[in-house]
Design a protein around this ligand. Structure first.
Ligand SMILES: [Zn+2]
Ligand SMILES: [Zn+2]
Length: 463
């Protein structure tokens, strides 16, 4: 039989069907595009690494660094990578680094418009000062809810903004400290996993306790202001995803001029006095010489009952009915939060020392201590950082000891299993030894693998 070459009209002739370009990395769709809870870029990077079962360091050093021209990372200099990771917040922001990373990720994944996962679309009218939470802020209820309902777990871009302190879905404050190790968590680290602490690897979601451990009481006014901030910023982020023309509509200088003109007939000093702002600062905004920090814009919008989006885009109908809400303005200057119980410093300090010196086994975590004392961990930590650190360290030292002991026991079992198998005339392979020991998963530890190798070579088997 002879094989004929392709005929011109054959359907399967290869050049008729051009395959679309293949992406080097997973063509992973970002979550929540065009919604107020669009994913952040650091969340996307973490999920991208997870989807390839590689660590963040491998993704950054081998794939992203060559495109970023950051050779210090590419060459595997740990310090270089940690410098970049320490700027995790900036990766979600609106600077050069965020732009470079977006370009590189778009090349690798062939996903378009990844800038929507950063604040780049808002760069024309956001001031970078005091803009971002330096470390992770998260809603434990959101994590838990997504996990229980089998939805993808991620970190919304909204959580990266410093002014966002509340989850508008659960009416709960965002958490910034791990309940177990009491530490802040970087936006991106070589060990990042979405929903887990990158220090102690514990799950950060919860459906209970957050309300109780956060012993801070928010007044109704405070709560509604915080929820309003989350909603109004979410609205702006969603629209910046949808509309490429948003920035053309924004005129911050004119917006400031209009509100000063409408509320105080153009009297900058009177406006500054009403909002307790330095007169020169308002003058600079009025003349377009500087951009107000987001916090100030939010304060002003809240007291004027106008959404952030209507304000920055000079929405005509919103400006027509513009006037200061005196109740909101006076509340703004009240002390924001009050603890339900007086924080008796001396009493707390003594209790912390008792916990630290107790012989309790296992030693308590700071989460346990805070619950027993009935105060927020953050409040206690602010007063006694050293004592709190010592309590956490003691707990982790104990955990390390327990793990070391378990590994040692496992090594012993491995040695016994090897002797047992050899006596029966079987080859002591890792698989056979695993069948006989109580913790086969411990072969992930180098020490256990070495124990098998040594036991085999002692009996003249090739290791
Ligand atoms: Zn939530
Ligand atoms: Zn932790």
């Amino acid at each position: 039989m002879t094989i004929k070459p392709y005929c011109n009209d054959e359907l399967w002739k290869p050049d008729k069907y051009q395959l679309p370009e293949r992406s080097r990395l997973n063509h992973l769709p970002p979550i929540g595009i065009e919604t107020p809870v669009v994913e952040s870029l650091t969340s996307y990077i973490t999920r991208l690494a997870e989807s390839h079962s590689i660590s963040i360091s491998v993704l950054m050093t081998r794939e992203l660094a060559p495109l970023l021209n950051k050779y210090y990372i590419q060459n595997g200099i740990t310090k270089g990578l940690s410098t970049l990771l320490n700027r995790g917040g900036a990766l979600n922001s609106m600077g050069e680094l965020a732009q470079q990373l977006v370009d590189s990720l778009e090349k690798l994944t062939l996903k378009r418009n990844l800038s929507a996962l950063t604040l780049l679309p808002l760069s024309d009218f956001l001031s970078s000062r005091e803009l971002l939470h330096k470390t992770k802020a998260w809603c434990p209820y959101c994590y838990e809810e997504w996990k229980v309902s089998n939805k993808p777990i991620y970190e919304p871009l909204l959580w990266t903004l410093k002014d966002v302190e509340f989850c508008s879905r659960h009416y709960q404050p965002l958490q910034t400290l791990c309940s177990y190790c009491d530490r802040q968590i970087p936006w991106l680290s070589s060990k990042s996993r979405i929903g887990y602490c990158s220090h102690c690897d514990r799950w950060l979601g919860s459906s209970i306790n957050c309300k109780n451990t956060a012993n801070t009481v928010f007044s109704e006014e405070d709560l509604s202001r915080n929820i309003w901030i989350s909603l109004t910023l979410g609205e702006l982020i969603a629209l910046s995803n949808k509309s490429s023309t948003l920035t053309q509509k924004v005129n911050l200088r004119e917006a400031v001029q209009k509100i000063v003109d409408i509320t105080h007939q153009g009297n900058i000093a009177a406006f500054a006095r009403a909002f307790k702002l330095p007169k020169n600062t308002v003058w600079m905004w009025y003349k377009g010489k500087s951009i107000p920090n987001l916090k100030y814009i939010l304060d002003i919008c809240y007291c004027l009952d106008i959404s952030l989006l209507s304000f920055v885009t000079l929405e005509e109908t919103a400006f027509q009915s513009l006037k200061i809400n005196p109740q909101k303005l006076s509340n703004k200057f009240r002390i924001k939060r009050a603890s339900p119980r007086n924080f008796d410093s001396r009493d707390i300090e003594l209790s912390l020392q008792v916990f630290l010196n107790s012989q309790q086994t296992p030693p308590p975590t700071m989460k346990d201590v805070a619950e027993k004392l009935g105060f927020d961990r953050r409040t206690i930590s602010d007063h006694y950082p050293e004592l709190c650190k010592a309590i956490s360290s003691r707990y982790f030292y104990y955990q390390r000891l327990i793990r070391a002991k378990k590994i040692e026991d496992c090594c012993k079992q491995v040695r016994e299993a090897v002797i047992f198998l050899v006596k029966r005339g079987e080859y002591p392979s890792e698989a056979r030894v695993s069948d006989l020991i109580s913790q086969p998963g411990y072969f992930r530890y180098k020490k256990v693998r070495m124990a098998l190798r040594d036991a085999k070579s002692n009996l003249n088997f090739q290791a």
